[in-house]
Design a protein around this ligand. Sequence first.
Ligand SMILES: C[S@@+](CC[C@H](N)C(=O)[O-])C[C@H]1O[C@@H](n2cnc3c(N)ncnc32)[C@H](O)[C@@H]1O
Length: 269
Amino acid sequence: MHLGNLLAMPNNISISTDSAELEQKAIELANKLNTSFASLKPQQIQLVLTQQHIEIRAPDLGNPIFIDFEQGKNAHRRQFGGGRGQPLAKAIGLKKGATPTIIDATAGFGRDAFVLANLGCQITLIERNPFIATLLEDALNRAQNSPEISDVIKQMSLINHDAIAYLNQHRADVIYMDPMYPSREKSALVKKDMRLLHQLAGADTDSEQLLTSARKSAIKRVVVKRPKSAPFVGEQKPSTSIESKNTRYDVYLTNESLSHPTKDPTLLS
Ligand SMILES: C[S@@+](CC[C@H](N)C(=O)[O-])C[C@H]1O[C@@H](n2cnc3c(N)ncnc32)[C@H](O)[C@@H]1O
């Protein structure tokens, strides 16, 4: 992982470990993330190195959270998510067999990126929060050795950077973004891991700016994931929207792709 800016880092998260053997590694990680190493403190949010993985522990979290591409929700979505017919894939433009290059500008826990990599796309994950990026990097490293998904993981590369700055320098066929929606964390229905993501990363107050940069950088389209009833980001009306039960994908086709429609067979999908 390329470690980019550390500006978005909350400074109250320390690094710890539950294993004396891993103490040196934990201290090195604390130095890399520009934060402190501490003993286990159950009343605080900590990134904890264990023999199995790196996890987040927080007082009101219950079980610790770590990212696992091999099992749990990611494995379930890989098997039963609906392949190229699922709304996310349609919004990206995979319906007619295309496999565009993708920048996921808001990687988070990498779930959507993993779905798209499973469908054959080459995807660059951009995550600006260094703690979330560390969890992601750890999960990608572990999954690299999995006989079942190592090929999928090869399609994913992670960069710890602010996507607005990154997109000024880089392009891809599709830019995907799923910024934190302000009201998400207030609902009792919001899962603990999403609440934690919000606690760690804060509200994404610059998503309008991100959309503007994404629309300049994308070769074919920008796809924005929103809760179904949420307004368009920055009141920018999309070319089309694809809806699923609770989610809406707003698709912004670029002028470039609209002026060469025959070059993009997925445009009307
Ligand atoms: C709702 S989460 C994304 C969840 C993700 N789609 C998934 O499937 O796990 C939003 C994430 O985007 C990150 N983010 C928001 N704006 C960003 C930006 N400009 N650059 C990089 N990361 C950003 C936040 O730190 C947060 O981790």
